[in-house]
Design a protein around this ligand. Structure first.
Ligand code: SF4
Ligand code: SF4
Length: 557
């Protein structure tokens, strides 16, 4: 692309000639305020807050729709520009209700921030404001407050350009303008809640999250959605050790700036759920009863030793991390000596043209890549189920998957002599287990998952378990730091006595006589990167916030 030289506030930059001033400024860390402009949508140029002075142009120009040109000299903060911005802010605020104390957006609102930064700090307007509907049920998952809307049209453009459905439109003119859906329709599409993120004010709110917390009371952790094989980059919002919402993080290689409503609403409530396993359980007199970790680990180690290796099968999981699956596969091969290793694929519907994938698990590619595959002459999932029914497989060890929901599997499970399950929540499968290990959920552990593009991405603990709390207590920290870590980041909410699956398996291997030197998830990942070709050269540092592609995409599932 041909480059041009432009001057922004006295500094010269070389930029792509196809860029607008606002894009060129953003690339070079020069902030030009904007409401209606959004980097992932077309420009509409209607809010006017991005007015800048371009030398030799008689009037101020809007930075979002003015293309750069060679030799262009732009001022983004001289007196003329500042006066224009203040005038635009005064105009936008004329009819705004200024109800920040009861507005969900307060604390993360562009209008609130800009009112401090770019307005005069007082209003000359003494007339009555125009009042509009404050609770418009605009869609099943989104609520609209017409008084707060600043008519930026981002939500309309999102529906048209990204979701591909023309569901919103402006109606009326002047200070009566508002957004509406077409008669008889509602804002209802698989991506509808992204409009809440991009609305620069609190006009569109998330029905599931609204009024649950002020944003400054929450902590935010970068993670990955586990709702399908896309692996959208997300931020987990937590208060008092409970997840309250998910928001998308921008990653142009994976999900742009969006996520689907299913991922946003349906993939994390099990983490807060009261039906979590809060400790390991062993079946005694037909009932699952809570026991300590040592007892459960010793029980599994001694039971597994009592079976011939050909009588044992293991099922890894496309819901578990690369680290969990890697240690599990290693244990199955090196300690149990079984060749019957596989995992279940979960597909539903079709891939759509935006983000949603038919594969409803986050780590099918990863489970396969780290060795959850039938070994030579070993059995795959369907054969394992048939062999259980025929009495040939007597012990099954299953990681983080509700396999009993698959037709025909329940019947097989009741035929097992010994069944071990790792599970976060009570499930149909756990009802058949002899031992259940309380597994950490994706929001409680470190690790990586590999999406359908063979991109390795990091998950991080957003809520804490009892084990992490204890580690914190043993850690050399000042009392104040401990207080801050416990109360500010995670709060005082419920803790579960759960552990990551790789760690549980490492403990069982240890009791069975094979010591693995894995103290944390990084150790496991480092071994994966040494032993598995596609991962070579990677590390948690290299995977970073945006993920890294596997070196060779030889991994086909
Ligand atoms: S509802 Fe929000 S995103 Fe939509 S036009 Fe109004 S201010 Fe813009
Ligand atoms: S598309 Fe898939 S990964 Fe992305 S938010 Fe939806 S369910 Fe989650």
């Amino acid at each position: 692309m041909p480059n041009v030289k432009i001057t922004l506030d006295g500094t010269q930059y070389e930029v792509d000639s196809k860029k607008t001033i606002i894009e060129a400024a953003k690339e070079n860390a020069v902030h030009i305020p904007h409401f209606c402009w959004h980097g992932k949508l077309s420009a509409s140029g209607n809010c006017r807050i991005c007015l800048v002075e371009v030398e030799k142009m008689p009037k101020l120009a809007i930075a979002c729709m003015t293309q750069v040109a060679d030799g262009m000299v732009v001022n983004t903060k001289n007196e003329r520009v500042i006066n224009a911005r203040e005038a635009v802010m005064e105009f936008i605020l004329i009819n705004h209700p200024l109800d920040c104390p009861i507005c969900d957006e307060a604390g993360e609102c562009k209008l609130q921030d800009y009112a401090y930064k770019y307005s005069k700090g007082f209003s000359r307007f003494v007339e009555n404001k125009v009042h509009k509907e404050k609770r418009v049920d605009i869609g099943p998952r989104v609520m609209f407050d017409a008084e707060r809307c600043i008519s930026c049209s981002r939500c309309i453009r999102f529906c048209d350009e990204i979701a591909g459905v023309h569901q919103l439109q402006f109606v009326n003119r002047g200070d009566r303008v508002t957004i509406e859906t077409f008669p008889g329709e509602s804002l209802d599409n698989p991506y509808s809640m992204n409009v809440v993120d991009i609305c620069p004010v609190g006009a569109l709110t998330n029905k599931d999250f609204r009024f649950k917390s002020r944003v400054w009371e929450m902590s935010f952790t970068d993670s990955i959605c586990n709702g399908c094989a896309r692996g959208c980059n997300i931020e987990i919002g937590v208060r008092n050790n409970e997840i309250l919402r998910l928001n998308p993080r921008t990653n142009d290689d994976v999900n742009s700036a969006w996520m689907c409503d299913h991922g946003r609403l349906d993939t994390w409530k099990n983490v807060n759920d009261e039906h979590r396993f809060k400790s390991p359980k062993i079946r005694k007199d037909g009932q699952l009863v809570g026991v300590g970790w040592d007892e459960a680990i010793a029980k599994v180690a001694s039971e597994l030793k009592s079976f011939n290796k050909n009588e044992i099968a293991v099922l890894g999981s496309a819901f578990a991390t690369n680290e969990d699956n890697y240690v599990f596969a290693k244990f199955a091969k090196e300690v149990l000596g079984t060749r019957n290793i596989d995992f279940v694929r979960h597909t539903e519907g079709v891939d759509d043209a935006v983000l949603i994938r038919a594969d409803k698990t986050p780590n099918t590619s990863g489970a396969f890549a780290v060795g959850i595959v039938p070994q030579e002459n070993g059995m795959g999932f369907e054969q394992i189920i048939s062999a259980i029914k025929a009495g040939k497989i007597k012990a099954l060890y299953c990681l983080e998957d509700d396999i009993a929901t698959i037709p025909g599997v329940e019947e097989a499970l009741s035929n097992l002599e010994f069944f071990v399950v790792h599970a976060t929540n009570h499930s149909k499968t756990s009802e058949y287990a002899d031992v259940v290990f309380a597994a950490s959920s994706y929001a409680e552990k470190n690790g990586t998952i590999t999406n359908f593009q063979h991109r390795v991405q990091r998950i991080r603990p957003a809520v804490t378990t009892l084990e992490q709390d204890r580690a914190m207590d043993n850690f050399e920290m000042s009392r104040w730091d401990k207080f801050a870590a416990h109360n500010d980041k995670w709060g005082k909410g419920p803790r579960r006595d759960a552990r990551p699956s790789w760690k549980i398996v490492t403990s069982i291997a240890g009791v069975m006589g094979t010591k693995y030197k894995f103290n944390n998830a990084d150790d496991v990942f480092n071994e994966i990167c040494q032993k598995i070709e596609g991962f070579k050269g990677l590390s948690y540092l290299k995977v970073g916030k945006k993920g890294a592609a596997l070196k060779q995409a030889t991994v086909t599932v």
